[in-house]
Design a protein around this ligand. Structure first.
Ligand code: SAM
Length: 472
């Protein structure tokens, strides 16, 4: 029944394979030798299988857990260095015809204020985001064929890319909208999107159907096979994720890795990103009504073992998580974070009063982008606004090749420094500018290739003189 290359949801995400895997992990959790052999295999930086990962996640021996954390850190540094890519979500519309019981956009919610941005309002939001320093957005919208048809999304993408305010520009638009047809994925690709992101919410079909009782999203197979259609439509950077807290974390962790394995086996390229959102309080949603909340300690392990299992993937954490939790996760494998986020429709231009709530969930990290950039610099991470790979056509397997060949030091590091420099010049507060300039000075010397180092130096000088948008 289980077939990693099948294009049928219930075959590449096989319930019986997930249950067998969970049983295997439970039975072997005290087998130190086996766990150590898996860690040894993972040290080859080629990933491990969902079964092996499930066992690492189940391990409860403190010294081995420390080894898991230290390996995750090592893999993160090997492929991503200490760069952290910055992005912000942009909520276009919260009109939705689905009945997702955990999401305040659900069609029956009468308390949330429904809003949809006009193209002029999108312009204003994008200017506000550019003025913060953002270069990369994730578009978010509810599913509503009349209010938010694909034409609306495409027009919005066009609007966003066309806005050049002062030195600002949005250079990569990722899109998180409901599962759609191959034809619509093709249109999204033609509109120049970066990653197509879709969270599975849960891989457990029975639970999925209970959590999505009405609307198009209730079709488990259509939702689960969305990434296959996206690939068929020519989008080769796809982002997967589950909403932790809906199903037991053990089940969804295995499902998530099986999905990554399916994409890699079938298309030769795994997920560009994996997101690990946890369920949050929201308008008429109370997390206390859901019994599968994931405690922080387990959550850290989920991130670390995912990093070990899928070494090349970008890993994203949003402002659903607190500053303290994000600080810990940066060390364990996260490579992208959002900053200065508003989850309400129109929230960047005007922050909402609580009673006119249109937000999707309550954020935990309320700091401004500048505060987050300063904080990352203090923690010795490089805040990066880089969008170079996608603009140079390095998507899908071409991006993965760059990573696998270890070219990041000559390519991604200078790109991160160049985009940080732009941020410092155009948007940073004086303290952050000082810290950032010191980091650039310190790290420019670590670009190994002499020619790349000299070119980066030249570009940095040009940015100082007012020129923008250099990349390797
Ligand atoms: N409507 C689109 C869909 O159905 O996939 C995508 C966009 S939705 C705006 C983005 C994601 O937010 C959802 O996929 C879900 O995982 C997450 N989400 C929904 N309710 C949430 C909550 N209460 N707390 C945290 N995340 C939530």
């Amino acid at each position: 029944m289980y077939n990693v290359k099948s294009k049928i949801a219930e075959e590449f995400i096989s319930d019986s394979e997930i249950r067998d895997t969970m049983q295997y992990a439970a039975e072997n959790k005290d087998n130190r030798e086996l766990i150590m052999s898996i860690l040894e295999k993972a040290r080859a930086y080629k990933g491990i299988s969902h079964r092996e990962a499930a066992l690492l996640l189940e391990c409860n021996q403190p010294d081995l857990i420390e080894e898991i954390y230290s390996l995750a850190r090592d893999i993160k540094h090997r492929f991503y260095g200490n760069r952290i890519v910055m992005f912000a979500p942009l909520y276009l519309s919260n009109y939705c015809i689905n009945g997702c019981v955990y999401c305040p956009y659900h069609a029956k919610n009468k308390t949330i204020r429904r809003k949809k941005l006009s193209q002029e309002e999108i312009r204003q939001e994008v200017i506000a985001l550019q003025d913060m320093g953002h270069k990369r957005l994730a578009l978010e919208a509810g599913e509503h064929p009349l209010q938010n048809p694909i034409e609306y999304i495409l027009e919005s993408i066009n609007t966003i890319y066309s806005i050049k305010h002062k030195n600002g520009a949005i250079r990569r638009v990722n899109v998180n909208i409901a599962a759609t047809t191959v034809e619509n994925y093709r249109r999204l690709r033609d509109a120049g999107i970066g990653t197509y992101i879709l969270f599975q919410e849960t891989y457990n079909k029975k639970n999925y159907e209970e959590l999505h009782p009405t609307g198009p999203k209730s079709n488990y197979a259509y939702h689960t096979e969305a990434m296959d259609r996206a690939m068929e439509g020519g989008i080769d950077d796809v982002g997967i994720g589950v909403l932790f807290g809906l199903e037991t974390y053990r089940y969804d962790f295995v499902g998530l890795l099986m999905h990554a394995e399916h994409l890699e086996a079938t298309y030769g390229v795994g997920p560009h990103t994996i997101s690990v959102p946890r369920l949050c309080m929201a308008d008429d949603i109370d997390t206390a009504d859901f019994k599968n909340a994931v405690p922080d300690e387990i959550f850290y392990r989920i991130v670390a073992v995912t990093r070990i299992a899928v070494p090349y993937t970008g890993m994203i954490i949003s402002t659903r998580e607190s500053q303290a939790c994000r600080a810990r996760l940066l060390e364990l494998g996260i490579s992208q974070i959002s900053g200065g986020s508003r989850t309400s429709v129109g929230g960047y231009v005007q922050e909402e009063a609580p009673e006119e709530n249109s937000a999707q969930f309550d954020v935990s990290d309320h700091r401004s982008l500048d505060e987050i950039v300063g904080w990352l610099l203090d923690l010795d991470h490089i805040p990066s606004f880089c969008t170079a790979c996608y603009r140079e056509g390095r998507t899908g397997d071409r991006f993965m090749t760059l990573l696998k060949n270890g070219q990041i030091a000559n390519c991604c590091l200078p790109n991160a420094l160049l985009t940080l420099k732009e941020y410092l010049k155009d948007y940073a507060s004086p303290e952050v500018r000082e810290k950032g300039e010191a980091m650039i000075k310190r790290l420019l010397h670590t670009v190994p290739n002499e020619k790349a180092r000299a070119t980066a130096h030249k570009y940095l000088e040009a940015i100082e003189e007012g020129k923008r948008d250099f990349r390797f």
